[in-house]
Design a binder for this molecule. Structure first.
Ligand SMILES: [Zn+2]
Length: 164
């Protein structure tokens, strides 16, 4: 299996290639999406892609992986995930595995906010109503940005199964 650093290098190299392709097809892409929207959603995509590469990779199903270490002290919050998901099981299924981590992190944020609200009376409103106000296209681009490096990770795991 490729090491964590190899996965990161592969993801970053493919992001560079993708960036080159976007640069090459800049005119038709901005004509299609609109320049401002393409820049805005493209930024969401890149941030999500980097977040997925460094902090949300499929190897979050291991207690000792590079992305897990990148969380620093907060990696303790990911222990239940690593214990719940067998290595290279559900977390290594394209899209579905990414969604397990997205749901997990949303639950974490919700619990932390709910506890902070209860303890310090912060007055945060935690309601599904708030989701309606979020730009659906930004969510879609963000999810694509999270899913793509995971897909590259899973492909690399499968292609270099016997490499060490
Ligand atoms: Zn893996």
């Amino acid at each position: 299996m490729p090491s964590g650093k190899t996965h990161t290098r592969i993801d970053l190299l493919l992001l560079l290639i993708l960036g080159g392709a976007v640069g090459y097809f800049w005119s038709p892409l901005t004509d299609y999406f609109g320049r401002d929207e393409f820049v805005e959603y493209g930024s969401v995509f890149v941030v999500a892609y980097l977040f997925g590469t460094f902090l949300l990779s499929p190897d979050m199903d291991l207690n000792t992986s590079d992305p897990m270490r990148n969380w620093g002290v907060l990696r303790l919050l990911w222990r239940p995930y690593a214990n719940l998901f067998k290595h290279r099981g559900l977390s290594h299924i394209p899209i579905l595995g990414t969604l397990t981590r997205v749901v997990y992190i949303l639950l974490l944020v919700y619990v932390v906010c709910a506890v902070a609200n209860a303890l310090f009376d912060m007055g945060w409103e935690l309601s599904l109503k708030n989701i309606n106000g979020i730009d659906q296209r930004a969510i879609l681009w963000g999810l694509c940005g999270l899913c793509l490096p995971d897909l590259f990770h899973i492909l690399a795991d499968r292609l270099f199964k016997n490499a060490r």
